[in-house]
Design a protein around this ligand. Sequence first.
Ligand code: NAD
Length: 353
Amino acid sequence: MAAFWSEPDWDEHERVEVVHDRASGLTAIIALHSTHLGPAAGGTRFWHYADPANAMRDALRLSRGMSYKNAMANLPMGGGKAVVLLDKDGRKTESMLHAFGDAVEAMDGRYVTAEDVGATETDMVAIHSRTQHVCGLPADAGDAGGDPGPFTAMGIYHGIKAAVARKLGKDSMQGVRVAIQGCGSVGGGVTKLLAKDGARLTLSDIDEKRAAQMADELGGKAVSPEQAMGTPCDVFSPNALGAILDDAGIAQLDCAIVAGGANNQLARPEHGQMLHDRGILYAPDYVINAGGIINVSYEYLCRREGTPCDINEVRKRIAQIPGRLNEIWAESEKSSRPANEVADAMAQALIGR
Ligand code: NAD
């Protein structure tokens, strides 16, 4: 246990629960980092972890990230995250989802869940049959809610444009070279928005067929996953895995800007300094990728208050992401500190740490 408390990712979490339900076979971790600003909101990741210690690490890192993300998006929500540990076949059943819903309900509104990797809107509906404290539920046209991916993509699109304006002095994406890593829900959404603006796109995905298909449809070029980070470009946009900005990853970069949706992109905080030293403008991940949580937490709050849940309000709030990024970059320039450090300090002040 001593090793657990000394984990840097522990970071004074308010509460961490390990849930096991023998009947359904559910094993889950629910981590609440901070409820300073409101109920801890953050999605549930369904994943097979070969080593359960990695599940705990993921839950702790991701829930702290949610505290920072929600605070920097001006949401009245704290930060939390859950992981459900799947077996190696990835088996996920209705009874596991119900047992997980019961565990969320037992937290009495201190934790609000939603989709993360491995989760669908249908899963949220099953969880909702046991608790009100869930969002990302199917939404009617014109209402907030549903799959957060397209809203996350919208925020990243705004953030990339802000970075290009700041670093390259361009107010249009026409001809701007963007390399996208990961063409899933978020990366695919960003790609579509940038294609409409005439950006020159290079796409990569471990599902190489998916990248090639998207490049064909939208007029870009596909490269292998190994080539992605070294692609000469103006903007490198990571939308797949975390921890890709490590010593080796940063050494490969041939870009002016890193701006994408993947969570926990920096392997360690000092990698933010390395980007800064190389003169690469970095958009802190939890600031630029807040569009999805802005959407679903608005859905949750409207449902709780019984008020209308207009999607245009969500769009308006997502359009504020560039303002926050510019605040960070301005302070970073003024103080010669890397953007990640500036963002962390701002977020910590907001959550009273
Ligand atoms: P997704 O599963 O829909 O897409 C991920 C894509 O990345 C897949 O196409 C996968 O094949 C590809 N991929 C995986 N490893 C890769 C690699 N090494 N190189 C290239 N491609 C690779 O997931 P998503 O919802 O698009 O999420 C992407 C990232 O954004 C994740 O890090 C997630 O935590 C983060 N994120 C997502 C949301 C959201 O609303 N979905 C919100 C905030 C952050």
